[in-house]
Write a protein that binds this ligand. Structure first.
Ligand code: ADP
Ligand code: MG
Length: 779
């Protein structure tokens, strides 16, 4: 590569970016070179260990319990032993760069370490170091399959330190989870942990909590957890009465036509009722004015049904499998397990598809993924794209990030984007490129934006006689096996963005001679960080490899964020744009997208801050009632007027456990009601109450006010129930109370038309200007 070529090469741009950041002491970055002397010391110390007998080595491992990680000598000694144990028990001798990463992480830095550099082993060293010195460690993995795989692989190393290790994955029952969480090192996804925390806070008096207090987290692919998934609400729901109004509404809306009763805006993000649509609804429901104060429920429901019909598309946003609507997670391009949209929307889509509407849930509690992560006392992590996330990690979680060099020099060639006028031209050119590579024996991995895209592109390839394997991330374990073979001579794999993540793609025989893995992205993602993640799949451990993005002006990242008011100066016959300005425009669109996403995250977080505090308060009361006999006495004394005999009646040993159960029951009921109110607030239903204030301030005022009511409400209900209880009542059922007979968990997927908070803002904004609500307007 010539000098000029090198300058144009994005991978050297990244190197430059790294250097500039380091030089400018960018917020959130750390210089990890300061740990070099420690790494050298580890190397020196471990050099003497291979001669050590097995017993003596184990002796040393066990003595780590008294080590102090803040002490340089102890840290060095511990890592030297862990490194030797890894060599003997796992057959892997950590590379210098892996030691460097482990030292940095044990000193609470986040490390940026390229794909294929062996972050799993780094995780073992770090987890062993933390757990051996007495911390309870969770290693948070990207999916259940990886959690299971890594827990099994690391177990022999942990065992040498006398540490137990287990994975928590789907399908484990309460007892198995309970046991797994008692291990010294636990592998799990952040979702599993979050769901179990939610289950814990519903537990009745006699049950044990699943998750011991959160302590230390080692987060694999930390930017995926703390940036991409941070604002995903994890929800615990219980069975509730189905809501009736949906079905007739679905009928009316299904009969509507775009351009007549409603219209969709240019970006495909908003839908508005037109005059004819409003009249149709008013007639059908015998309503005078759909926009009247008391029709806000109907209006909202119509709005939701219309969105389901016009904006949420099968095979882009969801698929239908086994008679169920299954969501596709955009950032991951995978079918998302246990995800639902907010209730109304989910049901509306089920009605649109003509399948049975699944049970409507009452939300019992919910919490953002980020809140789970913030619950740990110590957080560290690693990722191939942590550096791009460093500013956010610093701002959101006060983490500092540094870069670990690669073990061998990277020789991957990152080509400049090829930009086309239309998606069709883009795909034709990309398919031609894939075919040529395939015929030359070069393995190709194609990254697409959606399941529909991946299937369509595989179809294009098939028409050219190229058989491709398509991965949709429907089954992590099965796809792991497939993607592990994506580096074989002539293999062609079409994958949605994160299918098969965390699985090493090794080059098969003769694949290196054919140029190594070619990663071809069809359109860029909403953030350069995700693009970089895809590129990283090529050129691991000094392998040859290439990456290139085929893009077009039709790509979502452009059409959703920019309106381009100029024509390219020069276009090739095949539709390729040779106009430098357009490359800049495309990148600009991506930066706009990133900026919007950041804004959205900040807004969402602001709307959850107060709730998180309130949850902690409820939880403190709850835990006290469960654990501390004096707390019940205290609680009851406060809810009855001074001098009442009732508290004493219920603090007798024979009666107290029922009293606790009743108090918890009412506390949980009140909390669920409170959350419901907040959701409605965010949905804008209570718009009219809010007046003309700053919406966030108003939201917090109402939330705080209602939270105060909540305490009184729970206390009063507890008092009433207990006062009316007969002497022989022994269970909640005897008192006519019932906890939800079943609970289940799910994530609320990204709302395709913006987050709750987003819409809320827009709603309020328009209300302030005296407009009609957004997306529902006369033209
Ligand atoms: P990453 O998570 O950084 O992408 P992995 O942890 O999946 O990388 O490791 C990639 C591959 O490198 C795995 O096959 C692993 O066994 C191998 N590997 C990791 N560390 C070493 C080592 N020190 N020596 C030899 N092979 C290693
Ligand atoms: Mg990995």
């Amino acid at each position: 590569m010539g000098r000029l070529e090198q300058l144009r090469d994005p991978s050297s741009w990244r190197r430059a970016f790294v250097l500039v950041r380091r030089f400018r002491q960018e917020p959130g970055t750390a210089n990890l070179r300061r740990f070099d002397p420690l790494v050298e010391a580890v190397r020196r110390e471990r050099a003497a260990l291979p001669g050590l007998g097995e017993e003596a080595l184990l002796e040393r491992a066990r003595s780590a319990a008294t080590a102090d990680l803040a002490d340089d000598g102890d840290l060095v000694g511990l890592l030297a032993v862990a490194s030797e144990v890894a060599r003997r028990r796992l057959g892997l001798e950590p590379f210098g760069v892996q030691l460097s990463a482990a030292v940095s992480m044990l000193r609470e830095r986040v490390v940026d370490m390229a794909t294929g550099e062996g972050k799993t082993l780094v995780g073992f060293l770090v987890a062993a170091g933390l757990a051996a010195t007495g911390r309870r460690v969770h290693v948070l993995s990207a999916n259940d399959y990886l959690a299971g795989r890594d827990a099994r692989a690391g177990a022999p190393l942990f065992a040498a330190f006398g540490l137990s290790c287990a994975a928590v994955v789907d399908g484990m029952d309460h007892a198995a989870r309970h046991a797994a969480y008692r291990s010294d090192v636990v592998y799990a996804t952040v979702h599993q942990v979050g769901f179990d925390l939610l289950r814990d806070r519903q537990r009745p008096a006699d049950a044990q909590r699943l998750v011991p207090e959160l302590d230390a987290a080692v987060i694999d692919e930390i930017d995926a957890v703390l940036l991409d998934d941070a604002m995903v609400p994890l929800v615990l729901a219980g069975d509730a009465e189905p809501r009736p109004e949906g079905a007739p509404l679905a009928g009316v809306v299904a009969a509507m036509t775009a351009g007549v009763e409603y219209e969709v805006d240019g970006e495909g993000r908003n839908v508005s009722l037109l005059e004819a649509g409003i009249r149709a609804l008013e007639e059908h429901f015998g309503v005078d004015d759909l926009y009247a104060e008391d029709q806000v429920g109907l209006l909202t429901a119509a709005h939701v049904a219309l969105h389901a019909q016009a904006l949420v598309h099968r095979d882009v946003h969801y698929i239908v499998a086994d008679g169920q609507v299954r969501l596709i997670n955009d950032a991951r391009g995978r079918v998302a397990d246990r995800q639902r949209w907010p209730d109304g929307l989910h049901a509306a889509i089920e009605r649109k598809e003509g399948i049975a509407v699944t049970a409507q849930a009452e939300v019992l509690d919910q919490m953002l993924v980020e809140t789970v992560a913030r619950g740990y006392r110590v957080v560290t992590g690693m990722s191939g794209t942590a550096l791009e996330a460093s500013e956010r990690l610093a701002e959101d979680l006060h983490l500092r990030t540094g870069t670990i060099p690669t073990n061998r020099p990277g020789i991957r060639v990152d080509e400049r984007d090829r930009l086309y006028l239309t998606a069709e031209r883009r795909d034709a050119a990309a398919a031609g490129r894939v075919q040529a590579a395939h015929e030359a024996g070069q393995p190709v991995l194609i990254g697409t934006a959606s399941v529909a895209d991946s299937e369509r592109f595989a179809g294009l390839l098939a028409a050219r006689g190229v058989a491709a394997v398509v991965l949709n991330a429907k089954n992590d374990a099965a796809e792991a096996e497939i993607i592990a073979r994506a580096g074989e001579h002539g293999a062609v794999t079409v994958s949605t963005q994160m299918a098969g993540r965390g699985v090493d793609i090794r080059l098969g025989p003769r694949a290196a001679e054919a140029g190594g893995l070619l990663v071809l992205g069809l359109g860029r993602y909403d953030s350069a960080r995700l693009d970089h993640q895809l590129r990283g799949r090529a050129g691991r451990q000094g392998d040859p490899g290439r990456s290139v993005f085929y893009t077009s002006l039709d790509d979502d990242v452009v059409t959703e964020h920019l309106i381009i008011g100029l024509d390219p100066r020069s276009v090739d016959p095949d539709g390729r744009i040779n106009d430098k300005r357009f490359r800049q425009v495309y990148e600009h669109a991506q930066r706009v997208a990133e900026g919007k996403l950041l804004q959205l995250h900040r807004t969402t977080r602001r709307y959850h801050t107060a709730t998180d505090q309130h949850r902690r308060l409820v939880l403190t009361t709850r835990e006290a009632l469960l654990a501390d006999p004096a707390a019940l006495e205290d609680y009851l004394t406060r809810i009855w007027p001074a001098g009442s005999d009732e508290p004493r009646r219920w603090t007798r040993p024979a009666r107290r456990s029922l009293a606790v159960e009743v108090a918890l029951y009412h506390l949980d009921r009140a909390w669920a009601r409170h959350l419901n109110l907040l959701a409605e607030l965010r949905e804008g239903i209570h718009l009219r109450v809010l007046g003309r204030q700053d919406p966030l301030e108003e939201f917090n005022l109402i939330a705080t006010d209602d939270f105060r009511t909540l305490a009184h409400e729970a206390a009063a209900a507890t008092r009433d129930t207990l006062a009316a209880a007969s002497e022989d009542a022994a269970t909640l059922a005897d008192l006519g109370l019932r906890r939800p007979s079943s609970t289940w968990t799910y994530m609320v997927a990204d709302n395709p038309f913006g987050s709750e908070a987003d819409r809320f803002f827009e709603f309020i904004g328009r209300a302030l200007r005296g407009d009609r609500p957004p997306a529902i307007s006369y033209t």
